[in-house]
Design a protein around this ligand. Structure first.
Ligand code: AMP
Ligand code: MG
Length: 424
């Protein structure tokens, strides 16, 4: 049976399944097997499609550019008139501006003054940039050494008529918007927005606007999560803080799962708290509780509540962000209709600070990536790596990823770095 048809809990029967030490990649794979993109489609004016996912292929009905045109300000010439070594003197018979073509035929020994984007006049095949020539009245002297076809942008050189320009599943970013516009297309079909509901759990959490009593803290996760979700372009449904009370949590889960495609919570999945959430979710849905072999972010729950996907993130603010980046971001992109989201870029960098680490888990330490004196990328730790130190996420522009088997890392070691800039 495919993973999509069997209940999640059946995974527990897999021979190598260990919920107490789940490798990051394996957890990702388990989740992936259950993700079906949203099906509903809507037509939108292209600007409104920014950040959305195309629901059908876009095929070009025209060449872009539509005609051969000049890449430079200069002179359109016939290469047959030019000599390899010698200067050729041509007669200038007109001008081709961008948007105002020269409509005559260019004969032997003639040239046309042409601007960037000007359509190549009939008969011409080459453009000589104006800095190379010597104009003199209606004559222009072109030095030897020009290449046939130079400085000409060919019709269809960007997009060919009939080509599948974008396949269904393409995320629309600024370049895609421009390309779609360059084809004269004003409306596209995109998948509907994903609806994501989230709430925080914890008796100690207070919403902004109320004073704190001893032992209480402000709920920050709903704000980082809001930011992470808003950047992904999903519809966000913020359900506030829910007390550590089974009845309240049950009501919230039911409401969230009834209204959203995805339910995300933070807190309440660590040892000690998990039990009642576990029982509740066993009643309401089909949920797996994992201790991921990673730091931070060890506890993580994933499952289905009705047709909604559920991610139970740890409460510690850094852990919530790290698990979002490592599991939720990619899953949401798949649900939004991107079949194969590109992994976050990884690069190698020279680590300039020593890093303490015990073998056994993959660590996602917060780092600052910067160019070194010799142009090589260097990375340094942001300092305190506690999972409650949210300022480390603010200072960081990358995660330093240290694999399971690795122990302490001396300064000067080469490490893997996952770039966050642009994502946060
Ligand atoms: P938990 O996962 O519920 O055991 O929470 C772990 C730690 O994260 C505790 O110190 C919580 O107070 C803290 N925490 C949980 N939820 C939030 C939140 N929404 N905002 C800030 N801190 C939180
Ligand atoms: Mg809690």
């Amino acid at each position: 049976m495919s993973d999509v048809l069997r209940p999640l809990s059946a995974i527990a029967a897999d021979s190598d399944y260990d919920p107490n030490s789940m490798p990051v990649a394996k957890a990702r794979d388990y989740i992936r097997a259950f993700l079906q993109p949203v099906a509903a489609v809507e037509r939108l004016p292209i600007r409104a499609a920014l950040g959305r996912v195309l629901a059908s292929d876009i095929r070009s009905t025209m060449n872009v550019p539509p005609q051969d045109n000049s890449a430079m300000d200069g002179y359109a010439v016939r290469s047959a008139d030019l000599a390899a070594e010698r200067e050729a003197v041509l007669r200038v018979v007109g001008t081709a501006f961008a948007g105002r073509p020269f409509d005559g035929e260019v004969g032997a020994g003639q040239a046309v003054r042409i601007m960037t984007g000007g359509v190549m006049p009939a008969g011409c095949d080459t453009v000589v940039m104006q800095e190379r020539v010597k104009p003199d009245g209606d004559r222009v002297a072109v030095p030897g050494g020009q290449q046939r076809g130079q400085n000409v942008r060919l019709a269809g050189g960007d997009i060919r008529a009939g080509a599948v320009v974008f396949a269904r599943g393409q995320l629309v970013r600024p370049a895609e918007l421009g390309m779609i516009a360059s084809l004269g297309i004003g409306e596209v079909s995109v998948f509907r927005k994903l609806r994501v509901a989230f709430f925080s759990t914890g008796d100690e959490l207070i919403a902004i606007g109320s004073p704190l009593a001893p032992g209480q803290i402000y709920d920050s996760n709903r704000y980082t999560l809001y930011g992470l979700l808003a950047r992904l372009g999903v519809d966000v449904m913020d359900m506030g803080v829910i007390r550590d009370d089974p009845a309240a949590i049950e009501t919230a889960f039911k409401e969230a799962a009834g209204a959203a495609d995805v339910v995300i919570t933070s807190g309440g999945v660590s040892v000690g708290e998990a039990d009642f959430v576990k029982q509740l979710l066993a009643k309401l849905g089909d949920v797996l509780f994992w201790k991921i072999a990673m730091k931070p972010g060890r506890p993580l729950a994933y499952g289905k509540i009705g047709s909604a996907h559920f991610f139970g993130l740890p409460g510690n603010p850094v852990s919530a962000m790290v698990t979002f980046y490592q599991f939720v971001r990619e899953a949401l992109l798949v649900l939004m209709g991107v079949p194969d989201p590109a992994p976050l870029p990884l690069l190698k960098a020279l680590c300039t600070t020593p890093i303490k680490k015990a073998p056994g888990r993959t660590e996602f330490q917060r780092g600052v990536l910067e160019p070194g004196a010799d142009g090589q990328w260097t990375v340094r730790s942001t300092g305190d790596q506690g999972s409650a130190i949210l300022s480390s996420m603010s200072q960081a522009n990358c995660f330093i990823i240290l694999p399971d088997g690795q122990g302490n890392t001396p300064a000067g070691a080469t490490v893997d770095v996952q770039v966050l800039e642009g994502l946060i």
